[in-house]
Design a protein around this ligand. Structure first.
Ligand code: ADP
Ligand code: ADP
Length: 226
């Protein structure tokens, strides 16, 4: 089953002599439960693509379908609500709240949305990510790898169908990167989530089921269904 699809997706910045085609006619199909990495050099359009897939920014033209919904046909507020329900984001910087402990950081987005915390599920995620003994610790008492695992737990907390990760291992050494990625992959399988991850690290990219290569805003390697 297809969960994410782009159709003739284009994003341009600037105009005239300064026109940048950040995305140039991108057609992608990602299946439910797939773990896909997006690889490309700096400036190739990876972040722009991830932002479009997550509805964080609107394309110049073309469409993004999430579970068959044409997300940019939504107005701003319904789009925000849809995004919060369906998508978990993980960024290179962990963005943890320094005065809150691990557990409080993980459940914060759910509480801000006014939703009920499924405590059993939260503890399961924290446990799988190897943070059970750290629940009461503040971010400053954790290593970089542990902080990124907290950020992953937070992204998973609202049970999103899709995880979008932008250089999730960008600040970690190579051993820690592989450990964090293995855990992300394991939770994805456990909770049947679809993961789309940006990386410029070839070794990390290889841990995904499929690699999508992007160059000058064009996707070079297409999926089986395209
Ligand atoms: P990557 O994530 O692969 O490094 P980006 O998606 O950030 O690439 O950028 C793709 C291209 O679009 C680059 O040439 C970048 O400079 C340009 N770009 C990205 N965001 C903006 C913006 N807000 N305004 C102008 N140009 C942008
Ligand atoms: P990444 O490290 O993920 O490739 P960048 O450092 O390229 O991200 O971009 C960080 C942010 O700055 C993004 O939100 C992107 O849209 C914006 N950006 C990138 N290039 C430009 C640019 N030339 N002008 C304005 N904003 C840009």
């Amino acid at each position: 089953m297809t969960i994410l699809q782009t159709r003739n997706l284009r994003k341009e910045y600037g105009n005239g002599d300064n026109l940048v085609k950040a995305l140039d006619d991108v057609n992608l199909t990602i299946k439910q439960g797939e773990f896909v990495s997006i690889v490309g050099t700096s400036g190739s359009g990876k972040s722009t693509l991830l932002h479009m897939l997550g509805g964080l920014d609107r394309p110049s033209s073309g469409k993004v379908f999430v579970e068959g919904n044409d997300i940019f046909s939504f107005k701003e507020e319904p789009l925000t609500i849809f995004r919060r329900r369906k998508i978990g984001f993980v960024f290179q910087s962990y963005n943890l709240v320094p005065v809150l402990n691990v557990y409080e950081n993980v459940v914060l987005p759910i509480e801000l949305d006014g939703n009920t915390v499924d405590d059993e599920y939260i503890h399961e995620i924290i446990d799988i990510l190897g943070l059970a003994s750290k629940e009461e610790n503040l971010p400053s008492q954790l290593s970089g790898g542990q902080q990124q695992r907290v950020a992953i737990a937070r992204a998973l907390a609202a049970k999103p169908a899709i995880i979008l990760a932008d250089e999730p291992t960008g600040n970690l050494d190579s051993r820690t990167s592989q450990d964090v990625l293995s855990l992300l992959k394991m939770t994805g399988e456990r909770f049947k989530q679809t993961i789309v991850m940006i990386t410029h690290n070839e070794e990390i990219a290889q841990m995904a089921d499929r690699i999508i290569r992007i160059e000058d805003g064009k996707v070079r390697e297409r999926g089986e269904n395209d």
